[in-house]
Design a binder for this molecule. Structure first.
Ligand SMILES: CC(C)[C@H](C(=O)O)[C@@H](O)C(=O)O
Ligand code: SF4
Length: 476
């Protein structure tokens, strides 16, 4: 007689178990995917592979495509992609989606934007789902208690053909953040601090569950920022157990969840938490109480400092990271021992799937209101999606930015990775709300400093990296 042993499970284990079609071996399962998101960049070869084998898309309705990376953001009314290769990617995506009956947010759709901003605002992401995409920042959806992660192009083809994925299970990490984030700081500062502490590989091989009072107090949009950037610590996924805050958000975005469906959904979501005795392979605890605004000084997101900190000397860092620190400082042209505050910048970019949602724009606008972009600084806001842009315009935020001398652009990935026309020149130093400060990320030779939207706004109006908490009150 066999006895079923009921053990405590982590939230991550519950999500994997509920989507496992078949266990393949010790490490791998065949995982069912509730939603597969696609973009123009990582899907063409997958469709080509599918067509070569004469296969159909298994469940077209559980796939959605968004043109994100290569779309132009200039304010002209019709968007025309001038680069031939990029235009071809967009046309291919449109053709493939039409052929297979896959919904598409196309280049000139009013709701167009960055895939990770578009999907949740249209109610596509719900607690308990598995969401995958050929894009690393799919971890964003953990904010709603959905397991999201990026996949490679060959996997995209497999998912299209079967709506399943051969999935190597990850280890479990818990990051608890006690306390409350102080005024003037955001979840961007929190995640930059965490990445600085555990390193760019610190969560490699793990799915991270965030918990603790500081996390509970975060809005859903702030949680998106946190989970989005967990991948910059190497995480294979990020999760926050659904609570009242996230459930309210989802119900607002999902008009179809009513009546019995709503009761059933609420009942199912109640189980989405890590059991008391669940075992995590690794745990970290932080306190949010004394967190300062954080800004990167190097070419990896873990090369980061609190704004009052001093740029490290390569001699003072551990031997294994010394060379990369030296290289980074050579690239960013900064002096060890100096503070980041006061470093002149030439460009400000407020955008990306990390920080281009409405709350991000509100927080930047609050700093900008009544001030002017500093002389010699070019500053732009690229909203995360058409919906964010429309909302911001309804609130008059576009006018706040335009009056101050910012450019107000159309949505897209834009200068987050410079795959469209928004590219920085060699040597230009940019205060950026994005997630990656790699060499050349925003243009060859361009230097990126990652920070929160409020800090980027402070940089725009002062012309230098500035502690937003120390700005004199503006005369609005
Ligand atoms: C283009 C895409 C594959 C890439 C990713 O996977 O993250 C991009 O979105 C990025 O942010 O670097
Ligand atoms: S905004 Fe940046 S990080 Fe996000 S999907 Fe686009 S390129 Fe990647």
């Amino acid at each position: 007689m066999s006895h079923k042993i009921i053990t405590s499970q982590t939230l991550y284990q519950k999500l994997v178990a509920s989507h496992t079609v078949r266990r393949l071996d010790e490490d791998n399962v065949l995982l069912f995917c509730d939603l597969h998101l696609m973009n123009e960049y990582t899907s063409p070869q997958a469709f080509a592979g599918l067509h070569d084998e004469n296969r159909k898309v298994a469940v077209p309705g559980q796939n959605v495509s968004v043109v994100s990376h290569i779309i132009p953001t200039d304010p002209s009314s019709i968007r025309i992609i001038h680069d031939a290769a990029s235009a071809l990617q967009a046309t291919n995506l449109a053709r493939n989606c039409a052929f297979h009956g896959i919904p598409l947010f196309d280049t000139n759709d009013a709701m167009q934007g960055i895939e990770h901003v578009v999907a949740p605002e249209h109610g596509m992401i719900r607690p308990g789902m598995v969401v995958i995409c050929g894009d690393s920042h799919t971890t964003t959806y953990g904010a709603l208690g959905a397991l999201g992660f990026g996949i490679g192009t060959s996997e995209v083809e497999h998912v299209l053909a079967t709506q399943t994925l051969v999935y190597r299970t990850a280890k479990d990490m818990r990051i608890r953040v006690n306390g409350t984030l102080p005024v003037g700081t955001t979840s961007k500062d929190l995640i930059l601090m965490i990445i600085g502490q555990i390193g760019a590989q610190g969560a490699r091989g793990y799915v991270v569950e965030f918990c603790g009072t500081a996390i509970e107090q975060l809005s859903v949009e702030a949680r998106f920022t946190l989970c989005n950037m967990a991948v910059e610590a190497g995480a294979r996924g990020a999760l926050i157990a659904p609570d009242e805050t996230s459930i309210r958000y989802v119900l607002e975005k999902c008009p179809d969840i009513v009546g019995d469906t709503r009761d059933a959904a609420l009942a199912a979501w109640k189980h989405l938490y890590s059991d008391d005795n669940a075992r995590f392979d690794k745990e970290h605890t932080f306190d949010a109480t004394d967190i300062e605004p954080h800004v990167t000084w190097g070419t990896s997101p873990d090369q980061v400092l609190p704004i009052s900190g001093k740029i490290p000397s390569p001699d003072s860092v551990a031997a294994d990271v010394r060379r990369s620190a030296e290289q980074a400082l050579r690239y960013t042209a900064l002096q060890p021992g100096a503070t980041l505050a006061g470093t002149p910048i030439e460009h400000v970019f407020i955008g990306s799937c990390t920080n281009a949602r409405i709350e991000d724009l509100r927080s930047a606008a609050q700093v900008v209101a009544g001030r002017q972009v500093a002389k010699n600084v070019r500053a732009m806001v690229v909203p995360g999606s058409g919906a964010v842009k429309i909302q911001a315009e309804a609130e008059g935020l576009d006018q706040v930015f335009l009056n101050a001398g910012f450019e107000w652009r159309k949505p897209g990935c834009s200068m987050c990775l410079a795959m469209n026309d928004d590219v920085l020149m060699d040597g230009i130093r940019c205060a950026s709300t994005t997630n990656r400060n790699f060499e050349g990320r925003q243009g060859r030779g361009a230097i990126t400093h990652l920070m929160s939207p409020a800090m980027a706004a402070a940089a725009a109006v002062t012309g230098m990296i500035t502690d937003v908490r120390k700005l004199e009150p503006a005369h609005v």
